[in-house]
Design a protein around this ligand. Structure first.
Ligand SMILES: O=C(O)COP(=O)(O)O
Ligand SMILES: [Mg+2]
Length: 229
């Protein structure tokens, strides 16, 4: 099994995380969070605080804000609802990490089928993909609200791989992401995890389970090639 996980036949399916992997979206998430906090007479979060809270999706984001700031858990649903009304429009401050478009072009040209599997809800995910010009690359987008469960559950990664035609019993593909949620989901789905180190991970790289790591997207196509040998 270990050997199987370390090879990738043909141009294998590639599934990408979104926030902190392809797109630095924390400034938009922070702006929308701070609008909700301001509306409730509460102080703003710093960008560093927001980095620490991203990864598990909107409900987890607000659970973490509530815990860190000593807010009332009873207000969770109200904060989430207010945030969601702003999330789809929150794309103006998001930026692609350097080299993302070129790497996706190279991988698509080599015949890899590409999908997104994000814990961000589907509509905001689609909106930011359109805004950054990436939407045309992906055959499938699985959002945080596409299934009843989110990463670290493997089901969303498995659904993305299946939609790209991977064999569910012996999934052939790679999951590329930035967080602990991604590492756990890939491990449980039985596919190698490629860690982008410049996103919003909460642990040192050495403490995260991963097949390989990279800090610059220009290195991704050759790392993917290497797995095929
Ligand atoms: O929105 C989040 O909390 C995480 O989104 P991601 O799965 O694309 O990193
Ligand atoms: Mg991420």
């Amino acid at each position: 099994m270990e050997d199987d996980m370390n090879t990738c036949l043909h141009p294998c399916p590639l599934v990408f995380d979104l926030d902190g992997t392809l797109i630095d979206s924390a400034p938009d998430i922070r702006a929308a969070v701070n609008e909700v906090l301001a509306e409730n007479g509460l102080p703003a979060l710093t960008l560093a605080e927001v980095h620490g809270f991203i990864g598990g999706g909107v409900e987890v984001l607000w659970r973490k804000i509530i815990a860190a700031k000593g807010l009332s858990p009873e207000d969770h649903a109200r904060y989430v609802a207010a945030f969601l009304t702003r999330y789809e429009a929150a794309t103006g401050l998001s930026a692609l990490y350097p080299g993302v478009t070129e790497a996706l072009e190279t991988l698509a040209t080599r015949g890899h089928a590409l999908a997104i599997c994000t814990n961000k809800p589907l509509e905001p995910a689609r909106a930011v993909l359109r805004k950054t010009g990436l939407d045309g690359f992906f055959r499938v987008v699985i959002g945080g609200d596409s299934l009843p469960v989110k990463k670290p559950d493997p089901a969303p990664v498995q659904a993305a791989l299946a939609a790209l035609g991977a064999d569910p019993l012996r999934p052939d593909g790679i999951y590329i992401g930035d967080s602990e949620y991604d590492a756990s989901a890939a491990l449980a789905a039985g596919v190698p995890f490629f860690l982008f180190t410049e996103g919003y991970r909460h642990l040192p790289v050495e403490e995260m389970t991963h097949h390989t790591s990279f800090s610059d997207f220009k290195n991704l196509p050759s790392l993917v090639e290497k797995l095929r040998d």
